[in-house]
Design a protein around this ligand. Structure first.
Ligand code: PLP
Length: 448
């Protein structure tokens, strides 16, 4: 019998991250200064990010060393297992081989600490003692709370209102790691107060929470800002996932025909997929499938344009797929996929037709997630069910085709069980693509 779980020894953990930037065909348009509309150098961003991360953001080096202190924290849970979903294959009645990389084994239950630990480390090196950040589903906030605690720093998390109400145990987790948490929009920032004055019952959005966290960082000397997705350096840190998976598949004597990931800001998908990009460019037949929610269809219905990463318009302008920086997506349960933009790296690879994006509805995702839980035992995070559904679609298009599928199970859903209960009670609904709301917010794109 083939091995069910493929483990790498700790000594085999990648010692370098893979930088996809120099490999992107057609290159990447630079971030722009929103005032001058000229390419933006690192100086202006140094108010909220350490120079070492800004260097990674723009680096053209193909590989970047992972510092020893980060490797030691990674070793708490890395290398994560690669698992062959044999029971799920049987449940689907497919001849496809389905492998998943399980990032739910991290202390907080998702891939997010891969970059949180790195970001906390580089900030600490730069003399920063406190991090301000946002969180959607609570996974990123938990990751940053954990990482700052490991590195002896403080942490303030602005948690999107809808998740703050839906996920009380995420708050408890962040408290356990010693972080301070507030629902966003909050009374703690000028921007939060202005949003609440306009709309006291808003469910909030990642864009708003990002604006608040940036304001916090700008107004506190000891504080920097950290983002859980989207930026190049975040995607860089996540490549440990794909680099490990590649070695593990080699141990299993396999190679994927298609790699699937869910797409919120793009970091877990980039993490698993981009380490295979060079092979594709060298002629290997491999497809990359990015799965996003139909209620927040950034890649499939958004525009590739320069836009702000936050709602208040404090970030540089990034060339990315966007639904408009003031788009507030419906309150679906995959809170981590409710973001108006997409990583510039994922956007550029989609532009080059290297990534195939699809949009799916939440009820079908939960259905796939439940089937997965009942066959493989792991209850997936609602975000990750999008990747599972993508894998199901690939595995069942022709059930006799012996394709090899690799997907990223970006997190477990142990703190999302309330949404499973709502699904079983028939209380969840699909949201149609909100064309008018998106057209309205796209009309506010900055003119470049
Ligand atoms: C479990 C999980 N998967 C996926 C995502 C989406 O983020 P990204 O697209 O950056 O991986 C999140 C975000 O919070 C998450 O918590």
């Amino acid at each position: 019998m083939a091995e069910k779980k493929i483990y790498l020894p700790e000594a085999e953990m990648p010692r370098q991250w893979y930088n996809v930037l120099p490999d992107i065909p057609g290159g990447m348009p630079p971030p722009l200064d929103p005032e001058t509309k000229q390419p933006m150098g690192p100086e202006k961003l140094s108010a909220i990010f350490p120079m070492s991360l800004l260097e990674q953001e723009m680096s053209t080096a193909p590989w970047i060393d992972i510092p020893q202190e980060i490797l030691e924290v990674y070793a708490l849970w890395r290398p994560s297992p690669l698992i062959r979903a044999t029971a799920f294959e049987r449940a689907l009645g497919t001849k496809a081989k389905i492998y998943f990389k399980y990032e739910g084994v991290s202390p907080v239950g998702s891939h997010k600490p891969n970059t949180a630990v790195a970001q906390a480390y580089y900030n600490k090196q730069a003399g920063i003692t406190r991090i301000a950040t946002e969180t959607g589903a609570g996974q990123w906030g938990s990751a940053m709370a954990f990482a700052t605690q490991k590195l002896g720093m403080q942490c303030k998390v602005y948690m999107v209102r809808v998740s703050f109400d839906q996920k009380p145990y995420r708050k408890a987790m962040m408290h356990t790691y010693g972080a301070e948490i507030v629902a966003s929009p909050s009374q703690d920032t000028q921007y939060g107060r202005s949003v609440l004055a306009r709309d006291p019952h808003t469910t909030g959005s990642l864009g708003i929470a990002i604006s608040e966290a940036i304001e916090d960082a700008v107004t506190h000397d000891n504080t920097n800002y950290a983002l859980g997705s989207v930026l190049n350096h975040v995607l860089l840190h996540q490549t440990v996932v794909g680099l490990e998976a590649k070695k593990q598949l080699a141990l299993a004597g396999d190679y994927p025909d298609v790699i699937v990931g869910c797409c919120g800001g793009g970091s877990n998908f980039a993490g698993i997929a981009t380490p295979f990009l060079r092979d594709k460019l060298d002629g290997k037949k491999i497809r990359f499938l990015g799965v996003e929610p139909a209620s927040c269809p950034t890649l499939t219905k958004g525009k590739l344009a320069y836009d702000f990463g936050d709602t208040a318009g404090m970030t540089p302008l990034m060339a990315m797929h966007t639904l408009g920086h003031d788009y507030i997506p419906p309150g679906i349960h995959a809170g981590g996929l409710r973001y108006h933009g997409m990583a510039p790296i994922i956007s550029a690879l989609t532009r080059e037709k290297i990534i195939e994006p699809i949009a799916v509805h939440q009820l079908e995702c939960f259905q796939a997630g439940v089937l997965f839980a009942r066959s493989e035992g792991i209850i997936p995070a609602p975000e990750s069910t999008h990747a599972i559904l993508g894998a199901v679609m690939e595995a069942t298009r022709d059930k006799n085709a012996p394709v090899t599928i690799l997907f990223n199970l970006s997190g477990h859903g142990h703190l999302d069980l309330a949404s499973y209960e709502q699904y079983f009670a028939g209380e969840l609904q699909n949201y149609e693509y909100p064309a008018e709301a998106i057209a309205e917010s796209l009309s506010h794109l900055p003119k470049v």
